[in-house]
Structures are given as C-alpha cells and as structure tokens.
Design a protein around this ligand. Structure first.
Ligand SMILES: *Cc1c(COP(=O)(O)O)cnc(C)c1O
Length: 371
C-alpha cells in the first residue's frame, strides 16, 4: 500500500466539477490581480471569521510580514515568538531588521508557553506572535492577557489553523492582527500561493490594504513604502469555491484523528508509552498535521518510507538553533522542550480524504517496527 502525507488529488476529485468549468469561464474575463473575485472572497472569509477586515495577500509569509510592517516594527524592536514553528514566523521579524526573541513550547501541544512569553517581555518588545501549531490554538487567553498587561499587540500566525476555534471564536480573529496561509496543503488551500490578514481595527485594516499595493493611495501617491503583496484573482476565485467545504473537511480531519487515536490504542502502542499522541487541550484542533512523538524517530520514518508510508518532520531544527540566527547567541539546551520535540516528532499522513484502511496500515507498520 502507498499512503501519501497529503492527498490533494483525492480532495480535488470530489469538487472538480464545481471548479473546472467556472474557472474556464473566469479566464474569459482576463482579470488577474485583485478586483471583484478577491473582494468577494475577502468578504466571505471576514464573515466566516467574524472580523471587520480581511485582506487577501500573496502568501502566509507575506501576511506575517505585512502585519509587522503595519505595526511599524523595525530595527531595535523585539518580537516574542515560538522557536518551534515554520521559518516564516521568524523570517518576517528578521526581514524587518527586528530581533526574534524565541521562547519554548509546552510539550503537550507544541504551542508556545505563556510563561516564556511573560518573562521575555522587555521595553523593546513590539509584538507577540503565537503560532497555532499543527491546527490547534495557542493558549490565547493567557497570551492576550500578557499582551494587554504590557501594552504589546498580539499577531496570530494562524497559517495552520484556519477554522480552529478558541472559546468559540475563530483563530486569526483573536489578536490585533491575524495571519493565515492558503498554501495548497493548509486547511484551506489554493492552487498556488496565497494568504490573508485579518483585523477588527479599521485604521489598521486600511493601512494593511494600502501596504499590500506598494503603499499607494490614491494610485501613484505613496504615503508609505509597502510592497507587492497582492492576491491573484484566480486564487481568490478558487478559494471561494472551496471555502464552503472547509467545515466538512475539518470534520473529516477530526474523524481521521480520532481513528488514529483508537487504532494506536488498540495496538497497545500508547499504553506502553512508545507512541505519544497529539492532545486537544486548547479549543478545537483542526489537525492540519497529525504529529506523534516516538523513540528512534528517524529509523521509524525510514522504515515507513520503505513500506510505502510518507511522513514528515515538522520541524527537525528549532529556530533558535538555525545557522542564520547564530548571532543571536542561543545555546544548545536553552529551549529544551523544543529541542526534544525536534528529535521526537513525526507527522503521519493526514488529510480529509484519508481512508480508514490507510490508517490501519500505517498503525500496523508502526507496531511492526516497535515489536
Ligand atoms: C505555512 C506557514 C507559513 C507561511 O505560509 P506560506 O503561505 O507558505 O508563505 C507561516 N507560518 C506557519 C506556521 C506555516 O505553517
């Protein structure tokens, strides 16, 4: 059997008819950049998240960048974030000349530890970026409280958590600015790159929108230096067609996740402590990734590959240990939970179309490896 990490073809097959013909018609307009399709999609997502402003941008990475630009973050500023995340979170901070201040994670959820946030705040802290890793919200109540107490804005990296909720509210709508990604493998994925920023602050929403188009408003009058952070019309058009399915896709992810839990339990792999399963402790988990902890992780991954099962390691090196951040002076062992997670975590196949037989096969093979 062959089990892919993410089966985008299966998902596309199910909605193909709703997309192909309309896209062909859409092409007749030859309208490629921003415009009505982008505006319509922005309004739909604003409604879905219950936010005042949703601004389509070129990628999740650019969403983070433009959010920090809108807050005026630059040289001399510090931004507190998790060391255990995709590079883009910290890259956005560094690209603006600011300093990422990395903090450790909570071992149960892989999300940033609020105690680390609090103790890392200085007079130079200009933002906190919690990452809702693997599709589960960070402890936003505590993080927002710390932000409010110190007068520091919270920018959410909701790239992996589209549709996840915390105390009944959508991820991306909780902080001053929320950022998400429509990279094809995310919970809501386009046919290429795309992203979005969210805010309930009208003035900030206006600034984000102006920054998206080189700071130009009216056209060719530049009060600000922005960039080309525009979302393609065709991506917005496709994403509009996919958005109505997001709820059922998230349900399917959650169903697949509980099947894994049951299968691992039945196989006796959890009870003996060999496999540590992901835990849902903070709002609704959307399982953009299903990440387990295991001993001899790299050997297991190699074994599974030979048996036809694709896996991935998110992330093999915590950001404070990355070469490009070496001048920040973090020592090995300084953020131990993240360093341990980098050695133990393995993402198993996960997507809405994942079949029960495939999951049985994956768990059976993992059992074989440890028997
Ligand atoms: C995917 C991702 C991003 C970046 O999104 P792109 O659209 O790929 O630029 C940022 N942060 C996290 C946590 C991500 O998973």
């Amino acid at each position: 059997m062959k089990v892919r990490l993410v089966d985008l073809k299966a998902q596309y097959g199910a909605i193909r008819e709703e997309i192909e013909q309309p896209v062909l018609e859409f092409l007749q307009d030859q309208y490629f950049i921003l415009g009505p399709a982008v505006e319509a999609f922005e309004a739909e997502v604003a409604d879905y998240l219950d936010v005042q402003r949703a601004i389509g941008v070129s990628s999740g990475s650019d969403a983070l960048l433009i959010a920090l630009m809108a807050l005026g973050i630059g040289e001399g500023d510090e931004v507190v974030t998790s060391t255990y995340t995709f590079f883009a979170t910290a890259g956005a901070i560094s690209r603006l000349g600011a300093t990422p201040v990395f903090i450790d994670i909570e071992p149960d959820t892989f999300n940033l530890d609020p105690r680390g946030v609090e103790s890392s705040i200085t007079d130079h802290t200009k933002a906190i970026i919690p990452v809702h890793l693997f599709g589960q919200c960070a402890p936003m109540d505590q993080i927002l409280e710390i932000g409010t107490k110190h007068g520091v804005p919270v920018v959410e990296d909701a790239a992996q958590s589209m549709g996840a909720t915390f105390e009944g509210r959508q991820s991306g709508s909780l902080g001053l600015i929320g950022c998400t990604s429509f990279f094809p493998s995310k919970n809501l994925g386009g046919f290429g790159d795309g992203g979005m920023v969210f805010t309930n602050d009208e003035a900030l929403g206006e600034k984000l929108q102006v920054l998206r188009g080189h700071g130009s408003k009216p056209k060719y009058h530049h009060k600000l230096v922005g960039g080309n952070f525009r979302l393609d019309a065709i991506q917005a058009f496709i994403l509009s067609k996919k958005l109505p399915y997001l709820g059922q896709w998230l349900d399917a992810r959650r169903t697949a996740a509980s099947r894994y839990v049951q299968l691992f339990d039945e196989a006796g792999l959890v009870h003996c402590g060999t496999v540590v399963l992901p835990r849902e402790l903070c709002g609704t988990h959307t399982y953009n990734q299903f990440v387990i902890r295991v001993p001899r992780r790299d050997e297991l991954a190699a074994f599974l590959k030979e048996e036809g099962v694709d896996t991935a390691i998110y992330y093999p090196i915590a950001l404070h240990m990355q070469e490009c951040f070496s001048e920040l002076g973090y020592e090995e062992g300084s953020l131990p939970e993240s360093e341990l997670a980098a050695k133990e975590t393995l993402a198993l196949p996960m997507c809405p179309a994942l079949k029960e037989e495939a999951q049985q096969y994956v768990v059976k093979k993992i059992g074989e490896f440890y028997s």
